[in-house]
Each structure stands twice: as C-alpha cells, then as structure tokens.
Design a binder for this molecule. Structure first.
Ligand SMILES: *Cc1c(COP(=O)(O)O)cnc(C)c1O
Length: 224
C-alpha cells in the first residue's frame, strides 16, 4: 500500500498553496479523494488523515463503500447510467455527472421517492471531444431550466474533465470556459481538476478538485 496518509496530506497542502498563490481562501476548495478501484482499507487510511470527501465512478462500488463508511461524503463522479441511479440516491452527497434530461428525471423520481433532494452538477464537454461525456455548452441553459423545475434535484454547479496530456495553458482555457458558464448561470460549485491539472483548475476557480492517483497510487484496471 502506498503511504496514503502522507500522500493525502501532501496533496491537501498543495491544494491550499495553489489557492493562496492566486489570492483565494484555501477553505474555498474541497479536495475529493478519488478511491475508485481501491479497497476500503485505502479509504480508511485517507479518512484517518482527515479526508471526508470521496469520489467513485461505479454506483455499486460507491454504495458498497458508503455502507461501510456512511460517515464520509460520497461523490458519484463518473458517467451514470439511468438504471444505476437507484443504487446511489440517498447515499451520495453529490452527483457530478448529470449529462441528460433523462438522467435528471430518473434522479428526480428516485430522490422524491426517498423523500430527499439530491444535489447535482451538470457535466459539460468543453473540449468537444467525441469520446467525452457531458453536454455541449449550448445545451446548458435548456437542461438547467428543466432541472430547476424538478422538486427533488438541486443543480449546484458544473463539472468538466480536461483532455489528458494537455498543456497547462490548454487546461486553463478549458477551466476558464467552465467558470464563465457557471458565472453566467449563477452556479457556485465548479468540479474540475484531477491529479495532473488541479493546480490550473484552482487558478481558474475550482471549488472541488477530484484527485485519485496522487493520493492512492496508479490504478490497475487489469486485475479487477
Ligand atoms: C478517475 C477520475 C478522477 C481522478 O483521476 P486522477 O488522475 O487519478 O487524479 C477524477 N475525475 C474523474 C471523473 C475520474 O473518473
């Protein structure tokens, strides 16, 4: 096992420095430890170091880990299929990846049945990569208006993923565009930045960064 406690503390320190370096309150950026594919022991170590926010991309994995550690705040950060919504409503603090009206309607239905209001982010595909999920920026206004009319879904912000292997300047361009969109629609939360680009994301206004590799080590999908 990597030294998860030390890794978490190092990343947390680096997140705070990045915020201070651009004149932001270090408390205004939430570090989400992305524990997908990693065993619960890894989550325990990070929690011991003080981590409270954890990100997962598979609904069943999120639900299983949440059942073991319900005191933590769980985030669904990956593409979410409609038929998986039932696994996570009521178990996750925030769904980062709403990318269609159909998905939002399903979340609304499930949250209403559970008697709660689910906070969500809308995922926007800023880079225009066809492989990426997320709506086009031009579709945001319409989707947002639909979601605002739902009783049990609360849209609190936007999420995006930059292109792997981009330069810092290219990342800044992507993140600034998301920030502008959020400002235009009065949305407060911005989930952007991963292990390789969270510093630029913080410079551009991220309120949440999603960091996996730098805390838990590389993921090995081959042995799952
Ligand atoms: C896996 C994942 C992350 C974490 O990526 P790292 O490069 O390991 O920090 C962040 N966001 C999303 C949406 C992910 O799927």
């Amino acid at each position: 096992m990597p030294d998860i406690k030390q890794n978490y503390l190092n990343v947390l320190e680096s997140v705070k420095k990045a915020a201070e370096n651009c004149g932001r309150d270090p408390g205004s950026v939430r570090l989400i430890a992305v524990s997908k594919t990693k065993p619960i022991e890894y989550v325990v170590k990070a929690a011991e170091a003080g981590a409270v926010d954890f990100g997962e991309n598979r609904p069943q994995e999120l639900a299983a880990k949440q059942a073991e550690m319900p005191e933590l705040r769980w985030h669904q950060i990956g593409t979410l299929q409609r038929n998986k919504v039932r696994h996570i409503v009521g178990k996750c603090a925030l769904i980062h990846s709403v990318d269609s009206l159909a998905l939002a309607l399903e979340i609304n239905k499930r949250a209403k049945a559970a008697g709660l209001v689910q906070d969500v982010l809308i995922q926007v595909n800023i880079t225009g990569e066809e492989t990426k999920s997320g709506i086009e920026p031009s579709e945001l206004e319409a989707l947002l208006n639909e979601i605002k009319s739902m009783d049990a879904v609360n849209p609190v912000g936007l999420m995006t993923i930059s292109v792997a292997g981009s330069t810092p300047d290219e990342n800044r361009e992507v993140f600034s565009k998301l920030k502008k969109l959020a400002d235009r629609f009065g949305l407060k939360e911005l989930s952007m930045g991963m292990t390789h680009d969270y510093v630029e994301a913080i410079e551009c206004g991220a309120t949440m960064v999603r960091v996996g590799t730098a805390i838990f080590g590389a993921r090995d999908y081959g042995t799952r």
